[in-house]
Ligand binder design. Structure first.
Ligand SMILES: Cc1ncc(COP(=O)(O)O)c(C=O)c1O
Length: 282
């Protein structure tokens, strides 16, 4: 059963509970994480919690709770939901205080939801999804997983409006990442992805895929590339917690190679699911 949590209390997810002066609501003044749960166990939980705290520190959010407190809260929430395969969203905001820009003297708000996993059908993963190129209109600190997602939302909606699934963001002539994913191209059996910098989110799935590529001895090169280079790639794929490893078959109506999941992408997602089976059962 889906459940919610707000500042110490477990609640039904559809219960209206956010006070009008909650800063996440008023300003998007907070950070968040998305964690996927396979077989009742959150995948790469420590990495997600570490990134959550890094994001909090980057926006000067003073979280009294420890990493262990947050991990325990997530574990407890999953257990309470009774769901084995689910997605956890956790948000930490600068709390509840009458609206003004300056930091309030208030405890942070912690909210969380646990909902059934949105599973991708195998056929979709085999055939790949479509994407568009879109100007990266975001701010200078995209390494922070901030609740301010307006440019990401607009880009994703623009993709959907022309029948696409993801918007591949382009800044100063180079691909940065997707509106809610990291982006890769494969050329001559080599994986290329944008180097980590303040301009992109250091994806946890990216970390897993890099480890898998290293294990398989597939070169994983962190180097900027242009939209034209991406269009000429042998394969294109995206990664995120909820998309896992997802092939992209078309970009702006251009077929990538033969327009289906390529050999390396397929290998990566097979290994990704194998890894999940191994780590979730240990
Ligand atoms: C902008 C952006 N980049 C990359 C990612 C992928 O990150 P992760 O693999 O940690 O889910 C996300 C995930 O939501 C995202 O929103």
């Amino acid at each position: 059963m889906s459940i919610g949590y707000v500042n110490g209390e477990f609640i039904p997810v559809d219960k209206p509970v956010i006070p009008i002066d909650e800063r996440g609501h008023q300003f998007g003044d907070g950070v968040y994480e998305v964690i996927r749960v396979y077989h009742g166990k959150p995948f790469m939980l420590e990495e997600h919690v570490q990134r959550l705290f890094k994001s909090a520190i980057a926006i000067k959010l003073n979280v009294e709770q420890s990493h262990e407190d947050i991990q325990q809260l997530i574990d407890e929430s999953i257990e309470k939901s009774g769901l084995a395969d689910c997605d956890v969203y956790i948000q930490i905001t600068r709390g509840i205080s009458p609206r003004q820009h300056l930091f309030p003297d208030a405890p942070v708000s912690i909210t969380l939801t646990v909902k059934p996993m949105r599973v991708t059908e195998e056929a979709i993963r085999e055939n790949g999804k479509t994407a568009i190129f879109h100007e990266d209109e975001r701010w200078a600190n995209c390494y922070i997983k901030s609740l301010n997602l307006l440019p990401n939302i607009l880009a994703k909606q623009n993709a959907q409006d022309v029948g696409g699934y993801e918007a591949i963001l382009v800044k100063d002539g180079f691909v940065t990442e997707g509106s809610s994913s990291n982006v890769y191209m494969v050329r001559d059996q080599t994986i290329y992805t944008t180097p980590l910098s303040k301009q992109i989110l250091p994806g946890i799935t990216r970390m897993a895929v890099k480890n898998i590529a290293d294990m398989l001895e597939i070169p994983f090169i962190e180097k900027k590339f242009t939209p034209d280079e991406l269009l000429q790639a042998d394969e294109v794929f995206i990664t995120s917690t909820t998309n896992e490893v997802m092939p992209i078959a078309y970009v702006d109506g251009n077929k990538i190679n033969d327009g289906a999941s390529g050999e390396i992408t397929r290998l990566l997602y097979r290994k990704f699911f194998e890894l999940i089976e191994i780590v979730q059962h240990t």
